[in-house]
Design a protein around this ligand. Sequence first.
Ligand code: PLP
Length: 369
Amino acid sequence: MTRNTDDRRFAELLHHRRDRLEQGDPITPPLVSAATYHLPRSDVGGFIYGRMSMPTWEEVEAQLAILEGGHCVSFPSGMAAISAALFATVTAGRRVILPSDGYYTTRLFAEAFLRPFGVTVDYVATTEAEAADFTGAGVVYIETPSNPGLEVCDIRAIATRAHAAGAVVIVDNTTLTPVLQRPLDLGADIVVAADTKAPGGHSDVLFGHVATRDVGLLQRVKDWRKLSGAVPGAFEAWLVHRGLETLEVRMERMCASAGVIASRLAAHPRVQGLRYPGLAGDASHATMARQASGFGFLIGMTLESAEAAEKFLADCPFIARSTSFGSTHSAGERRARWGDAVPEGFLRLSIGLEPVEALWDAMAQALDG
Ligand SMILES: *Cc1c(COP(=O)(O)O)cnc(C)c1O
């Protein structure tokens, strides 16, 4: 993935409505929340009923398709996209292989709703996925870099081996977004993502999408949405459309700041552990340098104790004390409070749009104070 093709798709994203516009049409997409559509005939195309399709979803799906390089289906949350992709691909009696260290709710979902229906649910650590045994797997699901540990795996290598075993490959691409990593180009069959994070980008909307180039899988996922009724709202789609217009420029600032802050944190005497894949010495660096065009805005930082980590957050005025990530403002939280398998003093930091020196000054004071 070269920088030039990236630039082209970000420009295309901003002008994607161009060829459909008629004299007097709004440049920005109208927010259409209609449930029903003028339907005197049933033998022609067009919109029929809001659970089947909606004009405002199609606008955001057109943007996402440009970014992902595949067809996209939007959902009301990241988990709605993930459950759609899994229900569209799992089979009773076959294995689904999930990351043991990825997004926690995906595992809860599999235990509550896949295992009871006879799906064999197996877990593999992200760093062990490349060498894992895929025999009997119908689905190999990976998350790279993983949330919250920022471990990575080689998407292309895993896709090759999973396909040889007859499995469909699903990649949760939430942490990097398609601005930085395009799993479909690397051999994945399906991408799932929470657009609640950086694509929405302002902590004011839940949204998700599934991307694929396989028309059979696309139809399954669309049928799931239509029949299960897990449909996004028009206003949410409209907000994400607006968010996606600035995603590339926000990512540029957030990733650049994360790089600066990570290298300073790594040199700070109070920091016991520091994960940022952009640091040359990080275990995730080499693989990510190969398969992504940037290293993201998430940093994993470990202080000496839970109390020290909480005090750092309390003392830093420019880090919101909230869950989630990818918003305009920096945010941080101690993940052990939710049961993630990380040290008690581990903080997941999401670097936002604050000017980097103002943010760093506040962080350094909170560390030194
Ligand atoms: C947040 C997140 C999700 C779930 O997204 P929601 O919109 O909260 O449902 C899935 N995967 C990863 C990696 C996430 O960070």
